[in-house]
Write a protein that binds this ligand. Structure first.
Ligand SMILES: [Zn+2]
Length: 221
């Protein structure tokens, strides 16, 4: 609607003590807030948005600067602010890591927290969190200079030997780190397995030899 400065006198009329501009009732400054409360806040209005509220007001009313007034009113509405969808969230929402693990530490994350106050000769910790079955945490002290091989050693000793190899591993240190830790852990397991088998074979050979010779040997009979 055109501003009143460009309007002709015929645009204005008074009916029953109400001033109309182009058939829209002029709303005095003291009545504007109540009108908005009726057209925006009322339960039947349902807090429409800025443009819808402005459209509702413009159907029957007019005053100079109506659009700006409505925008300010809607922007200042506490309920609208609460209900407004945040399209630019500062932090992403927390999403649980999906897991169908049936054993502990089958789905886990491994990360290093570094530069902690020195304690017992260590300044960092390796944190392994089970994201599957039990949400357990294994914290192992280490040094910030630890290499991926060092992480693999700690991982092998404190996690792998107790819970086996994981199905899924997550780390913010990137796929290269994960790949290296996994390869070295599996290599260590291979060495451990070969060593165990060799020990077993040596023990069995010794036992059979002792049996053949017929010498009683303490601890093996
Ligand atoms: Zn509102």
């Amino acid at each position: 609607m055109s501003p009143p400065m460009k309007s002709a006198l015929s645009d204005w009329k008074i009916v029953d003590s109400v001033l109309y501009y182009k058939d829209h009732a002029y709303v005095s400054p003291t009545a504007r807030h109540d009108l908005l409360r009726h057209l925006h806040d009322h339960p039947t209005a349902g807090h429409p948005g800025r443009f819808k509220t402005e459209e509702l007001v413009k159907r029957d009313y007019w005053w100079p600067g109506l659009g700006a007034y409505v925008r300010k009113y809607v922007d200042g509405c506490s309920l609208c602010q609460q209900m407004k969808a945040d399209t630019h969230p500062v932090t992403p929402p927390l999403v649980p890591i999906p897991s169908d693990a049936t054993v502990p530490f089958a789905s886990l994350s491994v990360d290093l927290i570094m530069d902690l106050p020195p304690s017992g000769g260590f300044d960092s910790i390796m944190v392994v969190v089970d994201h599957g079955l039990m949400k357990g945490v294994i914290i192992t002290p280490c040094l910030k200079t630890i290499t991926s091989e060092g992480v693999a050693k700690l991982f092998f000793k404190h996690v792998y030997r107790r819970f086996g190899l994981y199905d899924k591993i997550i780390s913010d240190r990137g796929p290269q780190f994960i790949s290296t830790v996994t390869c070295k852990t599996v290599t260590m397991f291979g060495t451990f397995l070969v060593y165990t088998l060799l020990c077993l074979y040596a023990w069995k050979s010794h036992f059979m030899l002792v049996k053949d010779i017929g010498e009683p040997t303490p601890g093996y009979t």
